[in-house]
Write a protein that binds this ligand. Structure first.
Ligand code: 5CA
Ligand code: ZN
Length: 408
């Protein structure tokens, strides 16, 4: 699939430190240890509606990781999928009377425009489920050879117990897993399954649904195998970070990891699993199914500066759950106006420690609020008349742009 265009990233005056992130699997901070090239997979959208602030917050969070790795001297191989065939997309397409392919194309295009406006660095490989059908079939075949696959009617299931490490991504017990499995696309009560937690690998053709030929009959990929196959193909096993929102911890990331680990005979799927908190609106998680949404594209159409949207997202720690309000957005609009005014003078307070503090904060579990506090202190000192450093404004502009993606 076509990705979106990359914003310019200016060069920083110093190299950033090694990057640590919170790993859901081990429950603590881990130092990432990429080779020259850091490998990142982030779960992409299901394109049946426009990008909302929850999506934007998640992709901006992993954009900070991308930028922190680059600041530390790594190249980044970033892969993202598009779930361009799945139940929610097909249901919405039927409801609104639009062809599912058309809906997916339209919403994916809007997402690209939103990401570009927010200055999110594009993935190197942007891969749809539909273009990955053969990859999925190959991975299911590989799993079949291990004896971890069985059939219920025309559907193929993965036996979660085939992975000795099953449960280690989320760290959840079975009761916790069972509680959310059905809400998040699972079918714990289906008759004929060996374990209620087993997940669909291949969904046999249903009337009125799209289907592709396969050695196991016509059908379409299950959700988890899609990301398993795409990540494995483009990044291999043991890549540095698997990312997404915290709603994907279980079952999605647990199942994708399990499928690859069984197919690859025990090799770990990823080294770390990082998750962004949930953005709420009107007291509930912002979600397409609930309809309590604030769209990036709608704000853009109302002439809101995308950098103000980005600043609003950056003011929250990526791991916290928080609620979007219009007041937060307007406060960011005011902050940007005052920052631009301060930067216009050219000279300003000394920048060396600000650069170090911002890079250190971002390398320490992407702590954007701490980075912004260091910048706020510099803006306050400069606005108060400190002109010690003649070209300070240019350094701060570079820092804001390269590390936080804020181009002023
Ligand atoms: N296509 C799948 C992933 S393979 C999917 O979850 N799509 S999605 O469109 O529902 O979500 C896209 C990304 O946004 C996921 O990483 C998801 O975890 C994240 N996300 C969804 N809702 C929110 C929210 N309210 N707050 C923060 N992140 C969210
Ligand atoms: Zn995914």
């Amino acid at each position: 699939m076509q990705t979106w265009s990359a914003p310019q990233v200016p060069s920083l005056p110093v190299r950033g430190p090694q990057v640590s992130v919170h790993d859901t699997s081990s429950g603590g901070l881990v130092a990432t240890t990429p080779d020259d090239v850091a490998r990142l997979y982030v779960c992409g959208i299901t394109p049946y509606d426009a990008t909302h602030m929850g999506h934007a917050a998640t992709y901006v969070a992993f954009d900070l990781l991308n930028r922190a790795w680059r600041a530390a001297g790594h190249d980044v191989h970033y892969v993202q999928n598009v779930t361009d065939v799945d139940d929610p997309l097909l249901e919405r397409a039927t409801k609104v009377g639009v062809a599912w392919e058309e809906l997916a194309l339209r919403e994916t295009e809007l997402f690209r425009e939103d990401m570009e406006a927010l200055r999110v660095l594009p993935p190197r490989n942007y891969i749809g489920a539909v273009e990955s059908i053969q990859l999925v079939i190959d991975l299911v075949e590989k799993l079949r050879a291990t004896g971890s696959v069985y059939t219920v009617d025309t559907d193929l299931y993965f036996s979660v117990t085939a992975d000795p490490a099953f449960g280690q991504v989320s760290g959840w017990d079975r009761d916790q897993m069972l509680e959310v499995f059905a809400e998040r696309g699972g079918d714990p009560d289906r008759e004929g399954k060996k374990d209620p937690l087993d997940c669909v690998l291949w969904r046999g053709e249903r009337e009125g649904e799209p289907a592709w030929d396969s050695p196991f009959g016509p059908g379409r990929p299950g959700w988890h195998i899609e990301c398993a196959a795409i990540a494995l193909q483009h990044l291999g096993t043991g890549f540095d970070v698997q990312g997404g929102g915290s709603d994907l911890v279980f079952p999605h990331h647990e199942m994708s990891a399990g499928e690859v680990q069984v197919a690859e005979r025990g090799e770990a799927f990823a080294k770390a699993y990082a998750h962004a908190g949930m953005v709420a609106y009107d007291g509930e998680k912002m979600s397409k199914s609930k309809g309590n949404l604030v769209f990036v594209s709608a704000l853009r159409r109302s002439d809101v500066d995308p950098m103000a949207i980005r600043l609003t997202l950056l003011r929250q720690h990526y791991r916290s759950d928080w609620e979007w309000t219009d007041d937060l957005l307007w406060a960011s609009v005011d902050t940007l106006a005052s920052w631009r005014e301060t930067l216009a003078s050219g000279a300003g307070a000394p920048t060396r420690s600000v650069v170090d503090d911002v890079l250190a904060a971002l390398a320490d579990d992407l702590d954007a609020p701490r980075a912004l506090a260091a910048l706020d202190a510099w803006f306050a000192a400069t606005a108060a008349g400190d002109t010690t450093e003649p070209s300070a404004a240019q350094t701060i502009r570079t820092l804001l742009d390269a590390s936080l993606g804020l181009a002023l």
